[in-house]
Ligand binder design. Sequence first.
Ligand code: NDP
Length: 476
Amino acid sequence: GTAQIGVTGLAVMGRNLARNFARHGYTVAVHNRSYAKTQSLIEEAGHEGTFVPSESMADFVASLERPRKVVVMVKAGGPTDAVIEELVPLLEEGDIVIDAGNAHFPDTVRREKALRAKGLHFVGTGVSGGEEGALNGPSIMPGGTAESYQWLGPILEDISAKVDGVPCCTYVGPDGAGHFVKMVHNGIEYADMQLIAEAYDLIRQATGASAAEIGTTFEQWNAGDLESFLIEITADVLQHVDAETGNAFVDVVLDQAEQKGTGRWTVQNGLDLGVPITGIAEATFARALSGSVPQREAGRAALTAAAEPWAVADKEAFVEDVRLALYASKVVAYSQGFDQIAAASAENDWKIDRGAMARIWRGGCIIRARFLNRITEAYERNPELPLLLADPYFADAVAQGVAAWRRIVAAAATHGVPVPAFSSSLAYYDGVRAERLPAALIQAQRDFFGAHTYRRVDKDGTFHTEWSGDRTESEV
Ligand code: NDP
């Protein structure tokens, strides 16, 4: 065969990835379970480059030069396993299977192990940026063997987004590492979106500004430290007017946020690792609350506790407070997400370079933002940085906004406006910097009812107190 790379699964994502490869001059073998999608790709985009279409999987595999590089871009879960099962008997030692779908990383670990046993490389790779990114340059997070990256890296870097000429693609780490960081990326995306939504809600409720006016505020924010894709599209969405009613578009959308599951996976993994990713968790639960229809109906009817009406006098100062609180909360959410990457990397021996992850998220993906440069710099200063929030740059940035952050969270509580992500991020900030936490009391309670033991501040060892007896302490 002569094709340099193959793509099987030609729905929106696979089709656009295949076109992206072709536009970069690669000869691309293309295949889809139902041939119609392959045909329509050739009819509509065949002129963009060199495609080698095949109707059967066997012909598709035969059309590839060795070592074969096959991108699988099908529905995650069972369909991915089905395609791998069909592919594997047709491949030869050293060939590379790339799963670019949204697999859950434990599945990637399992698949990598199975294919490695057959002498094949399996590269689970995160791809972010939706259809648009797939066509014009996504952020790409490939895992698998380092050896496979020697073959694959140049091609993937070629088609990825570029920021200042630097590709938004790098080798992440063994087996499930690529899909793992894509999962955390999506978790951070949930936190980012929730924080933006809370900022919008605060301004609207406190100042009575219209959606369009707040859109303008976001536009201004996008010229500063908060510059990011999500802030930019928020400005756009808030200024959009519904054609049918003439109302602000955001006011005609049902207020029940849905999810496809990556936020949930991230939170579940945070719990497994014992990493407090409260920003991501609150964002995920806030979506769940919004969709809790019977509970919200009951709550609206019964929970009428009056909050003080809200009409801030100095609107400009308030908006600036919200901006500072948003930035500080965002730093917390990212700090927590990068902690989660560090913990998983240590647990799985993935050796993930966190600064490199921030670098490849600067373009192509949904959380792309100016501020990611600062994260890369922080990890360059100290690759073992235990707390991103404590990096001098971020510590200082948050210190400058902390008074505003406190004012906003306090005012939101007084006026009954829910800001779960803003307030839990502030609680995390105060918790992680506390001299002493009431966890001491928790340990004492645990020893009281369950003889779970405790350690002391003044000497080494593990101790238990005879709570039901004479309360003597013994070392255990
Ligand atoms: P879909 O997730 O809608 O999957 C459709 C594709 O899967 C079709 O090519 C379909 O073939 C194929 N397929 C489904 N079941 C089987 C099966 N049992 N055997 C063989 N092929 C099967 O496509 P998308 O393009 O939206 O997404 C592809 C992958 O990319 C998914 O894993 C998705 O999670 C991920 N992704 C999607 C993003 C997006 O923005 N949409 C962003 C990033 C990742 P057929 O035409 O024959 O039905």
